[in-house]
Design a protein around this ligand. Structure first.
Ligand SMILES: [Zn+2]
Ligand SMILES: [Zn+2]
Length: 164
């Protein structure tokens, strides 16, 4: 145990390279160690490694990462990733959503008339988006709050464009 200090200062892949304080690997050697570990214990197969821990299609390791609090899931879809990846992903989602909203609002103003969810969906599909009906309803509700749309059917999401 007396050489503990020197032990932590040598690369963990075993190459005997001295590494800086607080480091465990020489640059890139974590990948070498990972590959060696998989070769030694799991026939170089990530699938085997996962299986050995009970993970697979029915017990996704990505769910485990979320449950452990290390990863997060997107609020809008099934996407899971490290917090940094989620931030990038969410920025893209929000950009796409505001583009869709602007596109739909422009069409409403340009065309006027009566709009139900399927007309909104078709309009956005023609513009190259893939909106859900729920999303269209949300946008309609928000535009109704803003006064651009007026709900003309008590029970269904049918709106009339009030201004152009
Ligand atoms: Zn090394
Ligand atoms: Zn998402």
């Amino acid at each position: 145990m007396t050489d503990n200090a020197t032990t932590v200062n040598r690369c963990y892949c075993g190459c005997q390279t001295t590494v800086g304080y607080g480091r465990t690997f020489a640059p890139g050697h974590d990948k070498i160690a990972e590959a060696a570990f998989l070769a030694a214990h799991h026939h170089s197969s990530v699938a085997e490694l996962l299986k050995s821990q009970g993970y697979g299609p029915d017990n996704p390791v990505t769910d485990a990462a979320v449950k452990a609090g290390a990863w997060k899931q997107c609020e809008h879809c099934e996407y899971k990733g490290a917090p940094e990846s989620i931030r990038n992903h969410m920025a893209k989602v929000q950009k796409a959503e505001s583009n869709q909203r602007e596109s739909l609002e422009k069409s409403l103003r340009a065309l006027g008339g009566t709009w139900d969810p399927s007309r909104g969906m078709q309009t956005l599909r023609d513009a190259g988006f893939h909106p859900s009906e729920k999303y269209i309803r949300e946008v309609y509700r928000r535009l109704a709050d803003d006064g651009l749309l007026e709900k003309i059917d008590e029970n269904r999401a049918i709106y009339f464009v009030t201004e152009q």
